[in-house]
Design a protein around this ligand. Structure first.
Ligand code: FAD
Length: 316
């Protein structure tokens, strides 16, 4: 009969078992990305919590091919399937830095997918290719001070004026808003048409020197309870002029386009949360094995073992 703590407490939430959706190639990526995250991301987590994660780490991820995992090789990607995204989200949980994971996931799984799906060839060359390389950083503007879950009630407008659209309004809680080169922006092109009056645009918000374009500004940098490594901003658009060719997808179909985007985003977000819980479980287990009270590791007390069993079941 097993008596040691190690053999009594055995979490079995998938760490050693391969899920049927993952192939050997997915597992190879997991191994290489986990090792990169542990070596080049995890050691910096406390510094980044003070000063935000640096743009250079996204460039490094681009150089290593981790941004373009699911995009075709012709755009600089690796040509993999969607499940590579999930492996990436799981591997990032080893960073111990939710803010970096969030900033990177916004770029890889929220901003670039609609450009790849809906963008013209010119838009892909101009925004997707440098984003995959890590040379450009994107952000996504859906939420407004008066509209969160209820996306159709946004008020930011894009009014056609000749070969351009003129954008007015504000967005809030925008991850990467303080640093991004461009934003995938959800606007109303026909305020009276409800769900059918919403359109997406790719809007350049900073030039190559990082200077904000005319009419665009960060109205507020937001303080959060956690994820301090990630910048979150309220953005203001006052008569920002965008060329008509920066319309992303079909005019009036933006609500449906962004609903598609949100599905992938939420799945990656959920996987990040579950993987994060697994990492917390592992750390807690280590502590329970090390910490001694009343002459034994606390992990040997039955009540604590019950807690571990309960936690492991919930994570599973
Ligand atoms: C750290 C962080 C980063 C973010 N990054 C971005 C970003 O990059 N881009 C972006 O566009 N947005 C971003 N967001 C915004 C996020 O997407 C919104 O917070 C979210 O959509 C919810 O909107 P809200 O906060 O306005 O809440 P609300 O929509 O006002 O909801 C308030 C509460 O009511 C509940 N509720 C709403 N509707 C219903 C309903 N029909 N039935 C039952 N309950 C309901 C909600 O669950 C919630 O608990 C970010 C938010 C955070 C916290």
């Amino acid at each position: 009969m097993a008596t040691g703590t190690e053999s009594v407490i055995k979490p079995d939430h998938g760490a050693s078992r391969k899920h049927f959706i993952f192939t050997d190639e997915h597992e190879q990526l997991r191994e290489s990305m986990e090792s990169w995250v542990k070596k080049e991301v995890h050691p910096n987590r406390f510094e980044w919590e003070e000063n935000y994660w640096p743009d250079s780490i996204l460039k490094r991820a681009g150089d290593l091919g981790y941004i373009g995992l699911c995009y075709p090789e012709e755009y600089g990607g690796q040509g993999g399937d969607y499940f590579y995204s999930l492996v990436r989200a799981e591997a990032l949980s080893y960073s111990g830095c939710g803010g970096f994971n969030m900033g990177m996931a916004v770029h890889t799984d929220m901003v670039t997918p609609p450009i790849h799906l809906l963008g013209t060839e010119e838009q892909k060359q101009r925004y997707l290719v440098p984003s995959i390389a890590g040379d450009m950083i994107g952000c996504l503007g859906i939420t407004e001070p008066g509209a969160g879950s209820d996306v159709a009630s946004i008020r930011t407008t894009a009014r056609r004026d000749g070969d351009e659209y003129v954008i007015n309004g504000s967005k809030t809680f925008i991850t990467n808003g303080k640093r991004a080169n461009y934003i995938v922006l959800v606007t109303k092109t026909d305020p009276d048409a409800g769900h059918d009056g919403i359109s997406l645009f790719i809007v350049d918000i900073r030039d190559e020197n990082g200077v904000e374009v005319e009419g665009f500004s960060v109205s507020q940098e937001l303080e959060k309870m956690g994820m301090h490594a990630s910048d979150t901003a309220e953005l203001s658009f006052q008569d920002v002029r965008v060329p008509a060719e920066n319309l992303l997808g079909t005019e009036g179909k933006g609500f449906y386009h962004i609903s598609w985007e949100l599905q992938g985003e939420r799945l990656v977000g959920a996987i990040g949360c579950v993987s994060g819980a697994e990492r917390v479980f592992e750390r807690t287990l280590e502590y329970a094995k090390e910490r001694e009270a009343f002459g034994r590791p606390i992990g040997k007390f039955q009540t604590i073992r019950h807690k571990f069993a309960e936690m492991s079941t919930q994570i599973e």
